[in-house]
Design a protein around this ligand. Structure first.
Ligand SMILES: Nc1nc2c(ncn2[C@@H]2O[C@H](COP(=O)(O)OP(=O)(O)OP(=O)(O)O)[C@@H](O)[C@H]2O)c(=O)[nH]1
Length: 406
């Protein structure tokens, strides 16, 4: 009996030892090292769908892990918080860009212009093509022009002339109507203005351009784009960040300048705009630059404040040399509000040219006509997008052609 008991004990011990060896050897199997979460988050591809013939089981050579060794899964990013791969830090050095040439820019940007302006041109052509041009149709033509911000007086003039010419014409082919409308719109926009931005002083000193307008109209952007236009035409430029109202405006202008290798003169936030303008012109003279562009602030609550500030900038700059151009920047999408701004600025400073920005974002191209009438000053440049080279010299023919579409 004792022998039997002894044999059973030995058997249990032997089986236990073998079992222990097996577990131990499993534990010793090296698990792949747990990867530390990478610093740069990455987007992983979703698992691919299994194909016909693929193994249904986990491959057998995959290491097995005990429950203690299995880490809890890292929380999956939720759909609302996508993991975005961080861009590598940009190198600090800025490359100097070569802006696009300015000749024919409006023609190049025509698609963008006509996309937003077709409502006016096509609307007029459709109405004029009706078989019977009754009073209601003429009223609709008038409404189309007024809706496009052409203004009351120019609208009435145009409708009167169109009525007369259509009567004389008798039957109308679409080609004749198009030609007639083109002629009349061109006359309304005006082909006699000198639309060149005056950037040459005719003196030893650089040409001086002051850019004014309510903040948010695209003033700083326009100053930057204009610097590019000038650089593209082979001129050297110094920028004056006299918009000290918003600190970011000076940074923004400086960035524009750096992209084309133009120096920016700036001062402290809330500093005196006139002294910055003065220093910018001084720097322009010292550098022998061709043009100095001065960006100003327009966020002033009273007309007197605006008058004081812009008047001071002008007086101080003119200690060096006279201003050659004062450009008023207006946002074309603001319609009548833009006209009110134009009136206030015109009372404060002698505007010599208008820049209409954001013409790509409105079908109200009639503002070109209205604002010229209001101030007796030509639109010289138009903004047709947020891109660096989306500022074009204003050409009446290209503009009217864009209104009428192809
Ligand atoms: N679509 C479009 N956007 C434009 C155009 N011109 C300027 N913008 C945008 O208008 C916004 C305002 O432009 P800013 O140049 O900052 O305006 P600002 O008048 O200088 O205002 P401050 O910087 O506060 O002085 C920016 O987002 C520009 O990219 C344009 O012609 N078309």
């Amino acid at each position: 009996m004792e022998i039997v008991i002894l044999a059973v004990v030995i058997a249990v011990v032997v089986v236990g030892a073998i079992g222990g060896l097996v577990v131990g050897s499993r534990k010793k199997k090296q698990l792949p090292e747990a990867k530390a979460p990478s610093v740069t988050p990455t987007i992983t591809a979703p698992p691919t769908e299994p194909h016909v013939g693929d193994e249904a089981e986990t491959p057998r050579d995959e290491p097995r892990r005990t429950i203690e060794e299995v880490d809890l899964p890292v929380a999956e990013p939720s759909a609302s918080a996508p993991v975005v791969e961080e861009a590598p830090a940009a190198p600090p050095a800025l490359e100097i860009e070569t802006p696009e040439p300015t000749a024919g820019r409006l023609v190049r940007l025509r698609a963008r212009l006509s996309r937003s302006q077709n409502a006016l041109g096509q609307g007029l052509l459709t109405l004029l093509s009706r078989e019977h041009l009754d009073e209601d149709t003429w009223e609709e033509i008038e409404d189309t022009l007024l809706t496009a911000d052409v203004g009351v007086a120019p609208t009435q003039e145009l409708v009167e002339r169109l009525r007369e010419r259509v009567k004389v014409l008798g039957t109308r082919t679409p080609e004749e109507l198009r030609a007639l409308l083109r002629e009349e719109l061109l006359q309304l926009v005006g082909t006699d203005f000198d639309r060149a931005v005056k950037t040459e002083s005719g003196l030893e000193t650089p040409g001086i351009v002051m850019v004014v307008g309510v903040n948010g109209t695209g003033k700083t952007t326009t100053t930057g784009k204009l610097a590019r236009v000038l650089v593209a035409d082979g001129r050297s430029v110094v920028l004056g960040a006299a918009d000290t109202f918003r600190a970011a405006a000076a940074d923004q202008l400086q960035t524009w300048g750096e992209r084309v290798g133009a120096r920016t003169v700036r001062g402290p936030e809330g500093g005196d705009p006139a002294s910055i303008a003065f220093d910018a012109v001084k720097e322009g003279i010292a550098e022998g630059a061709d043009v100095v562009l001065i960006d100003t602030a327009g966020r002033l609550h009273t007309k007197t404040g605006l008058m004081d500030e812009l008047g001071k900038v002008k007086r101080v700059v003119e200690k060096h040399a006279p201003l050659d151009e004062v450009l008023l920047v207006l946002d074309a999408t603001t319609g009548q509000n833009g006209l009110v701004q134009a009136r206030v600025f015109a009372e404060v400073v002698d505007i010599t040219g208008i820049v209409l920005t954001k013409l790509d974002g409105t079908a109200k191209g009639g503002i070109v006509v209205a604002v010229q009438r209001e101030l007796g000053v030509p639109v010289k440049l138009v903004g047709l997008g947020e891109g660096a080279d989306d500022l074009a010299p204003f050409e009446p023919e290209a503009f009217v052609d864009a209104l009428l579409g192809d």
